[in-house]
Every structure is written in C-alpha cells, then in structure tokens.
Write a protein that binds this ligand. Structure first.
Ligand code: ADP
Ligand code: GN1
Ligand code: MG
Length: 359
C-alpha cells in the first residue's frame, strides 16, 4: 500500500483539516488500521481497511456501527469520547470502496491507553465496568442488526465449519494433529449442551459486542478509568455471557494469547474476580438467574471456541487470522488450550466467586 494510495483514499472522506501523515497502528488480527494526523486543531482520525474476506457485508456492518454509536451518544456525558464516531465519505456513504477493498474512518480518540494484557486488578475491574456499561447502554436498543459474521459465537455453526475443515484437510495437516483434534472432539457434547440453552431461550439474547478482548477497550489516560469499547465490527445479537467469557480470556490469562512457553499460561483467579466484580457492578441488577448460573462457564465456552477457531484456521492453511510465522495458529491453539485446562481445573472457584459477588 503506497502512501499516495492511502492519501487518495483518506481524501475521499469528509475530514476536517489538512492531512499531515498516515501511519499504521495497532495489532488487530483482522483489519488494517492507520492513524491520520491532521494539521493544527483539526481532529485526528482512524482509517481502517475492513477485512472483506471476514466481513462479507461491510456496508451492513457500518450501518450497525452507526446505529449503535448514535444510540450510545444520546445517553452519555461526552459523546465524542465515550464511543466511536463514524466519519462519512464525501459522497455520504459510511465507507469508501476501492479496488474491492472497503475503507472506513472514525475519529481518533486522543489521550487514551489500550493494552494487550491486564497488569493490575484495577485495570481488569475497569474493563469489566466498560463492557457491563456498554451492554447496559444498549439494553433498550431495539432496531434489527445485520449479522456481520454468520454464527459468530454459535458453536453448532462452528462445529459444522470444523467438520468441513477437517474433512477437506486443505493444508494436509490433519494427520499430524490427532492430539489437538482430540481436545476439540472431547468437549463437543458439553459445548453444544450449553449452546442449546441459548437456542431454547433459557439464556436470553441481547445486543452484544462479541469481541471484548482487552485491546478492544480504550482507557482514559488522565484518570485510568475505562472510556469505551471500540472495534464494533461484530456488534450483533447474542448472549451477554459471551462478552464476559471473551474478556476473561485476555484479562485473566497470566500469559499471552500466543505464548510459546505454556508455563506462563494460567487462569489468574485474582483477575477473574476483579473483572467479574466490575462487570457485575453494571449488570447484576438486570441479569437472570440462568445468566448468573452460566457466567463462569462462558469463559470456558469462549476459550474453547477460540481453541477450535485457531486450530481450524491452522487446518485450513492460515486463511483467517493474520499470522506472524508459519506455526502461529498452532502456537495460539496450544496456549488457549492450556488456558482452557486451567479454567476447567479452577471452575468451582470461579463459580463460587460469581455467587459471592452476585449476592
Ligand atoms: P482490529 O479489528 O484489527 O482489531 P481495531 O478496531 O481493534 O482493529 O483497532 C486496532 C487498534 O487501534 C486498537 O486496539 C486501538 O489501540 C487502536 N484504535 C482503534 N480505534 C481507535 C480510536 N477510535 N481511537 C484511538 N485508538 C483506536
Ligand atoms: C480477532 O479483530 P481482533 O483482533 O480484535 C477476532 C476475535 C478473536 C481474536 C483473537 C472478527 O479479534 O473473534 O477472538 O481475534 N475477530 C474476528 O485474538 O474474528
Ligand atoms: Mg481489535
């Protein structure tokens, strides 16, 4: 991507101020993200090439993001900082299409911090408050949302993809993965049983974020308090439990998501408690008993799903996630599996913490 190309795309958006620079930013696995700096007092912007292979309907996705952020803006004290602000193209569209790529712009939210891991319980508590508040702000959102990725956290759908991937064996790797495939197969029944509770309505659905890892939350630099949830590409209807479980996967992992040293990877009960405390401070009053009963399990569910998704991508030949080296998806699979085992071992403690905090 040349600088001229980036500039010509940026100029198709309705920006204030002259563009001073456009530089890559961030470590997301899906989109390509750039910061547009402008001259003088004009705001800076985030420019993103949305991954069209992952998101088949980028216009539909941008409609979701606009609707949800407008809903939030009407309720918060500082609408330009407490959620994303979508910037339209000069032709009024929510995106620019260029040679099959879809680009979108939002305001850069300045004086914020983002993290790849939680280094203190205070940060984990704030993260829990952030997602709990995000869900609370959207609890009365009643417009239909486009399903940006079909069956995103639906394990029945994921198993259908999985079965097809294992049968196709596109990269010729299945024979060498008997042990890892066994990790997934041995948990098929319990994961489908959990999802059946969502399908039969025992566990309700709401507007949810669906990608709540710590790097998708901005914290206010001056105060250290949580500011807002970003990366709204996957906002859809699902169970709120998934947002909790997906967050625990990053906030309460003592290692990295792709740690090669599995000794580093454990569930931190301290971080689990802190995140759950923050989340429940916002959500407790409106949660059903079934949601409370399954809250701790959601961490196992989403971590399992992540094992499946990383391994499936490895089996497919690394088509979905950005990878930094050839075995990256396998390393991620093993690290997430280690985390899952740690959660399974400490599950009774996790449940006891939820019960205690929910009293
Ligand atoms: P991806 O979908 O690839 O994960 P994200 O939307 O999460 O991309 O953006 C990647 C990173 O860029 C974030 O983790 C965050 O650090 C930064 N970022 C994204 N949007 C903004 C914004 N509006 N203001 C400030 N920083 C942002
Ligand atoms: C992706 O976009 P990013 O990097 O925030 C992925 C999540 C995974 C995560 C694993 C749309 O999140 O579902 O949990 O990587 N997003 C999408 O780190 O697939
Ligand atoms: Mg992200």
């Amino acid at each position: 991507m040349t600088d001229e190309k980036l500039l010509s795309i940026a100029e198709r958006f309705d920006l204030e101020g002259a563009i001073a620079s456009i530089k890559p930013l961030g470590e997301g696995f899906i989109n390509d993200t750039f910061v547009i700096r402008t001259e003088g007092d004009a705001p800076d912007y985030i420019l993103q090439r949305k991954n069209h292979a992952v998101f088949p309907d980028v216009p539909g996705m941008m409609e979701n993001i606009l609707a949800v952020t407008e809903h939030i803006k009407a309720k918060v004290a500082d609408p330009l900082r407490e959620t994303l602000t979508v910037v339209r193209a000069r032709d009024g569209k929510l995106y620019v299409e260029d040679e099959g790529n879809f680009w979108a712009v939002c305001l850069f939210i300045a004086d914020t911090s983002s993290f790849d891991r939680a280094d203190s319980p205070e940060l984990a508590y704030q993260g829990g408050v952030g997602i709990g508040r995000f869900q609370a702000l959207l609890a009365d959102f009643d417009k239909p949302l486009n399903e940006t990725i079909k069956g995103f956290h639906n394990i029945r759908h994921r198993f259908a993809q999985w079965d097809a991937a294992v049968a196709a064996d596109a990269a010729g790797r299945v024979a060498s993965l008997a042990e890892e495939i066994g990790w997934v197969e041995s948990r098929r029944r319990e994961m489908l049983d959990f999802w059946a509770l969502v399908e039969d309505g025992t566990i309700p659905t709401h507007v949810t974020h669906n990608d709540t890892k710590i790097s998708n939350i901005l914290f206010d630099k001056p105060t250290g308090k949580v500011l807002c949830a970003i990366d709204l590409d996957t906002v859809m209807s699902s169970t709120s439990l998934n947002d909790f479980g997906d967050a625990i996967r990053s906030y309460a992992n003592t290692g990295a998501e792709d740690d090669r040293d599995l000794d580093n990877v454990e569930l931190s009960i301290e971080m689990f408690r802190a995140y759950a405390d923050g989340y429940l401070s916002q959500q407790r009053a409106t949660m059903t008993q079934s949601e409370l009963d399954w809250l701790a399990f959601s961490a196992r569910y989403i971590t399992f799903e992540q094992v499946l998704r990383f391994l499936m991508d490895y089996i497919d030949g690394d088509k979905y996630y950005k990878t930094a080296y050839p075995e990256h998806n396998l390393v991620r699979t093993r690290a997430q599996y280690k985390l899952l085992q740690s959660m399974e071992r400490r599950y009774d403690e996790m449940c006891a913490i939820v019960r205690e905090l929910a009293k």
